[in-house]
Design a protein around this ligand. Structure first.
Ligand code: AHR
Length: 517
């Protein structure tokens, strides 16, 4: 059940929301910013890949230990997996999770995390000790329990093509020493892990084992060759950039072996200073993901791989993670990522815009993974006594559960939302429908920080008229957030959205998913 019915009557906030929508209809329409969303019902529809609702989990801070995995907790099962976390993630219907990093993976040796005798490792990326009690077996078991496809990112920093292909043997083969080691650990059946990435951000000088563009192309070619020799059915990705200097060489040398290229994006850089940008400032960055995707599409097309190599935005989040110093310093400061007040409607509305961008680019963007899925800057905050569904949790849940399976481009003509000399369209919209175009789920985002918005929706040349069921996430302030003491300050509300004279009012800082039969 996406939104369990509440025990007491209609929640006050929902009533206030309905009153606000009805009242605003009485407000002179010309006072409100306007937008017109036009959907062509005759246009071609494209099936998007549900893997754009994916997640990422790294051995960083409390994503694994104290996040999804907490042996001994009364909230965990016999294997140490937090049951409340699994339940919440099932509500998101998360299709795929990338693991174990991220920077962590560039000096991680997977063999330390399997078998009976696990010794702790010093994690050179993050300057902490990893007990190695959560390794490949635990990750695959957790994914199976949560109904998630495992996606493993290999160590292209200190690792070798052979070590990565050994990892594929361990997971997917039934012959050889690594398959036998898996079997001896009580897992005779291959795991059939389909998704494998070669490396993480090996272009960055911050990455352990960083490489030049020339080195990278050859390294990926050789690694892909060895992995394909182990399991030719794998879906292979490699670390890339929306920068031709790096990715062109990768595609020239290894493009024939890749299914997707991996790109990353964080748009509020909080790595060193944890001073989160305010709502309006974040909104002004809403168009940056689309620029990154378009640039990557051009590079892929220019290299001759259009239609053959997709894009995985397999680390994305409005907020950069906070880990000041040079990784192995100021470790305690990482606790600042747990401040739930950071994750406001800015995160929710930016994330809705990001997902809309992936939907608009459904022909090239085949996967996207919110970084991370649990704790740090993720949609689900986990603490020893329970969980908090942050604002972005509700965005992911709405998209994953309410959208129809095919996307139709919507043309948006909108007034601007302006701030600090910049401006973005106040409204962002995407239309989804079933293959027969009988049911429509239309995403309407009002980015404006304070103004209701007068929104006209036209199917063809016919404006919508009448009332339609809608699910609306808005909060009562752009800075609203959920926390342990107020877990439902921001929750979606079911409402009837009435289009009178072709227009309806969208609440400020809101995500609306409209159901048009
Ligand atoms: O800040 C976290 C890091 O961001 C991830 O480990 C890495 O992949 C990205 O640079």
């Amino acid at each position: 059940m996406l939104y369990p019915s509440r025990k007491r009557g209609v929640p006050v906030r929902a009533m206030l929301l309905v009153v606000a929508i009805v009242f605003s209809g009485a407000v002179c329409a010309e006072e409100l910013p306007k937008a017109t969303v036009t959907i062509d019902p005759a246009a071609q529809t494209v099936a998007y890949n549900r893997m754009i609702f994916g997640g990422f989990l790294e051995h960083f801070h409390r994503q694994i230990l104290g996040g999804i995995f907490e042996p001994g907790s009364p909230l965990s099962d016999a294997n140490g997996f937090r049951k409340d976390v699994i339940e919440a993630i099932k509500e998101l219907r998360t299709p795929v999770v990338r693991w174990p990093g991220g920077c962590f993976v560039s000096s991680y040796h997977w063999k330390d995390g399997v078998g009976k005798d696990r010794q702790p490792s010093y994690d050179k990326a993050w300057g902490v000790e990893d007990p190695n009690i959560f390794g490949s077996d635990e990750f695959v078991a957790w994914c199976r329990l949560a109904g998630i496809e495992p996606y493993i990112c290999g160590n292209a920093g200190t690792g070798t093509p052979e070590e990565m292909s050994d990892w594929v043997e361990y997971c997917n083969q039934d012959k050889g020493r690594w398959a036998r080691l898996r079997s001896a650990g009580g897992h005779p059946q291959p795991y059939n892990v389909r998704f494998w990435s070669i490396g993480n951000e090996n272009y960055g000088d911050w990455e352990i084992g960083a490489k030049t563009a020339q080195e990278w192309g050859l390294f990926v070619r050789e690694t892909a060759k060895m992995i394909r020799h182990v399991d030719s059915s794998t879906v292979l990705l490699a670390a890339a950039l929306s920068d031709e200097g790096w990715t062109k060489n990768l595609l020239q040398n290894a493009g024939g072996s890749l299914n997707m290229v991996s790109i990353h994006g964080y748009w509020d850089p909080l790595w060193q200073q944890d001073n989160p940008s305010d709502y309006a400032t974040c909104m002004m960055r809403s168009d940056q993901p689309a620029r990154q995707i378009a640039a990557t599409e051009r590079i892929i097309e220019k290299a001759g791989f259009r239609g053959r190599i997709g894009i995985a935005f397999d680390e994305w989040n409005l907020r950069g993670w906070h880990h000041p110093g040079r990784y192995h310093e100021q470790i305690q400061a990482r606790d600042r990522n747990d401040r739930n007040a950071t994750y406001t409607m800015a995160d929710a509305i930016f994330s809705a815009g990001f997902l809309n961008t992936c939907l608009r680019h459904a022909e090239t963007v085949k996967m996207a993974n919110i970084a991370p899925l649990v704790n740090t800057r993720g949609p689900l905050y986990v603490h020893p006594k329970g969980i908090v569904k942050r604002t972005t949790f509700h965005v992911l849940a709405m998209y994953a559960n309410l959208l129809a399976p095919r996307v139709v481009k919507a043309t948006v003509a909108s007034d601007q939302f302006q701030h600090g000399g910049a401006a973005v369209p106040a409204v962002d919209a995407v239309a989804t429908c079933d293959p027969a175009k009988k049911t429509w789920r239309i995403v309407l985002v009002n980015r404006h920080a304070s103004a209701m918005l007068d929104c006209t929706v036209k199917l063809g040349d016919k404006p919508l008229e009448g009332s339609f069921r809608a699910t609306i996430l808005s909060g009562d302030s752009p800075d609203a957030y959920n926390d342990t003491d107020k877990p439902e300050w921001v929750v979606p509300s079911k409402a009837e959205l009435t289009f009178a004279n072709g227009a309806a009012q969208l609440p400020p800082h809101s995500l609306t998913i409209l159901e048009v039969p």
